[in-house]
Design a protein around this ligand. Structure first.
Ligand code: SF4
Length: 107
């Protein structure tokens, strides 16, 4: 049996196109409070995403939400503007672990 190593992220941003705000946990919020990250909390609280069956919208504005508000493209690749304190759902996502990632390989 061979062990499957986690590949290095290609920074294509595809996994960030899901609206991560919907997956923010109480633990994430408590960490941001401890860290004084009111900038993050303000964005999370104002987005108020709701799932409409096939996409997210902001329940506050009705605006469609297409991806994570912390996704940036500083060069020719995507990056996370809150990488050091990103939510658990993002930290736990291993590159190549699902079919949305171009690094996905079927066993
Ligand atoms: S989909 Fe895969 S390669 Fe693209 S950013 Fe996410 S983890 Fe990285």
């Amino acid at each position: 049996m061979t062990s499957k190593e986690t590949p290095e992220c290609a920074r294509c941003g595809k996994c960030c196109l899901a609206d991560m705000i919907a997956y923010v946990t109480k633990e994430d919020m408590n960490r941001w409070i401890r860290e004084g990250r009111t900038d993050i909390i303000h964005i999370i609280e104002n987005e108020q995403a709701v799932w409409l069956g096939d996409h997210f919208v902001s329940s506050r504005t009705g605006r469609p939400i297409y991806g994570c508000p912390f996704l940036e493209m500083p060069d020719d690749k995507f990056s996370c503007s809150i990488h050091e304190t990103r939510p658990g759902v993002c930290r736990n996502y291993a590159p190549g672990s699902s079919e949305i990632c171009p690094l996905w390989k079927e066993d």
